[in-house]
Design a protein around this ligand. Sequence first.
Ligand code: NAD
Length: 515
Amino acid sequence: MAQPTAPGQTASVRTTHYFPENLPTSIRHFINGEFVDSLGGATFDVLDPVSNQTYATAAAGQKEDIDLAVRAATDAFRNGPWPRMLPRARARVLNRIADAIEAQDARLAELECFDTGLPITQALGQAQRAAENFRFFADLIVAQTDDAFSVPGRQLNYVNRKPVGVAGLITPWNTPFMLESWKLAPALASGCTVVLKPAEFTPLSASLWAEIFRDAGVPEGVFNLVNGLGEEAGDALVKHPGVPLISFTGETTTGQTIYRNCAANLKGMSMELGGKSPAVVFADADLDAAIDSTLFGVFSLNGERCTAGSRILVERSIYDDFCERYAARAAHIVVGDPHDPATEVGALVHPEHYDKVMSYVEIGKGEGRLLAGGGRPEGLPDWLAGGNYVSPTVFADVAPSARIFQEEIFGPVVAITPFDTEEEALALANGVKYGLAAYIWTSTLERAHRFAQSVDSGMVWLNSHNVRDLRTPFGGVKASGLGHEGGYRSIDFYTEQQAVHITLGEVHTARFGAH
Ligand code: NAD
């Protein structure tokens, strides 16, 4: 095995750990318009990923806390104004939410950066995207039209759209605030009331929603937040009979458990799950652009990105050149203090996740040729030494049967594999259980579309990456998800479409019992 080409660069402008001002030491639930502790007083510790020290305790929601939150959300749904407001009135509130997020994007970014270990510049982008999600759904509900079907002179049929009820929202720890906005914005836009269960690794930024919503005019009981562990608070939310739909983003195995648990009550489900997305680079691609994009695609957001292009398939004639240039760049990625604007890769979210990623790095050393990284970055200053740091790691010559080719690592680790023909590239791209995203790099128009239409993925980017128009469907196929959200599809998920039929003339009825 070759050794890494060079140690990762480290950012080290600061000399001590950055703590945001006014950091809370306790993180509470928000139920029926009030911050509260768990009824039984249970808590769990929250660590920051740079020091791995406990900086706060969070209320650990149990079944009785979920019951309380669902009761508040049900009352707000049945008796409160929110589901009955005109779309324009709800849209005004959503726009005020977007304004408030934008106004505090720097604060949001620093809290998110502190809690998740994401580089501050990338956390800022995610905060702005959260605001955009609210603005987008404000526009969408005002422009919403519904189907009407006329049978001339005989019948009129139209769709009466209604919010489903209390939506259960369960979210992961990667870009937590943005991913929460992705569910909260369409659920609230649709007139649902909600119970949010954020990820236990990163509960900090979710508390900000309470004040943002209250100040924007969201009535009490419409938004409820219960912190806690997945197996406790999450499980209770999924099994609660008063919650008719669950929107879940997280690991595929968790999605399978939730799917089973939703069956008892036949709940509506939307599942955004894991990925192992291919980036396919043909010899006729713009190689400079492909290298920039495939580096960003797997190393941005610390590699903790569901749509990460974590497998790169490269046509053999450019394979050696690609690997060499790619590894040289990966070795110079700046790893360090998440709060430093120069940092490109920060600290992984939690020691448990760090151990998982590191175990794959070790597995990879037996499965591929190590070209960069392969462990902790060298040269970290002492005050970062306790953090969850993994050097951007590149393995080449990875066989399709390798675990690092097949399994989601969710960290800064990439597998590169050569191919000879388009058919082989397609078989490699499709040869995993996941199907979230695919990235195709070629200058041949026909091939780009041919490949895009054949690849097993919910989303494809041609000669680009991850910039997404909010109107488009978002979601995966195979083990990457169930159902698509995005644009009107999200509104469809959070609403019932009731068909109303009106006969315009005499009603023709067979007169049973009349003869
Ligand atoms: P996870 O599945 O461990 O946890 C996600 C959420 O589910 C957390 O809030 C957790 O507390 C909760 N949970 C866990 N067990 C539960 C249970 N039995 N019942 C109810 N809730 C439960 O996922 P994670 O580690 O937080 O996030 C990383 C995963 O999320 C990766 O697999 C990533 O690909 C995926 N992800 C997918 C998308 C997408 O859009 N497809 C986006 C982001 C992340």
